[in-house]
Write a protein that binds this ligand. Structure first.
Ligand SMILES: [Fe+2]
Length: 152
């Protein structure tokens, strides 16, 4: 069963929601690869979801830093531990284990939990502190601006 996005997963921070949806796409690509049982495809899907999740976390952390979010340290720690955990799946796959199904379950349950609890906690802080600064920066045209333009 593919992982289906639902509105309770929205943080209403547009750039974050787009990235979370993209992670869901990668999770579903893993599920598709699992169905083929093609080890090469599964390896690629594992690498894809791991790489994208890692870059999303880095982006999110930079946003939290910008916002002066007071629980950034534990939030970063949660990310770090999770990356370590999903990295071990690639190793196990390379040793010949079939880990695709287990990884799919982990990703889909972990993601729902993380978005609804950990990520939901920073939303107010990001909205309060970052949006004003971002609006001011729109004139400067830096990388943040591109992500936030069109935000309603
Ligand atoms: Fe997060």
């Amino acid at each position: 069963m593919p992982f289906v996005w639902n509105n309770r997963l929205n943080t209403n921070i547009r750039v974050i929601d787009e990235q979370h949806r993209r992670i869901v796409d990668y999770i579903n690509a893993l599920e598709q690869a699992n169905l083929t049982a093609d080890r090469q495809m599964i390896a690629e899907a594992i690498a894809g979801v791991t790489d994208y999740t890692q870059s999303h976390f880095a982006f999110e952390e930079s946003l939290l830093e910008e916002a002066g979010y007071r629980f950034i340290k534990p939030h970063k720690k949660v990310h770090e531990l999770f990356i370590r955990r999903i990295d071990s799946y690639a190793e196990r796959h390379n040793k010949g284990e079939n880990v695709g199904g287990e990884l799919y379950n982990l990703l889909s349950t972990w993601l729902i939990n993380h978005i609804q609890h950990d990520d939901a906690d920073y939303v107010a802080s990001v909205k309060d502190k970052v949006e004003g600064a971002l609006i001011r920066r729109q004139k400067e045209g830096n990388w943040f601006t591109r992500f936030l333009r069109g935000k309603g």
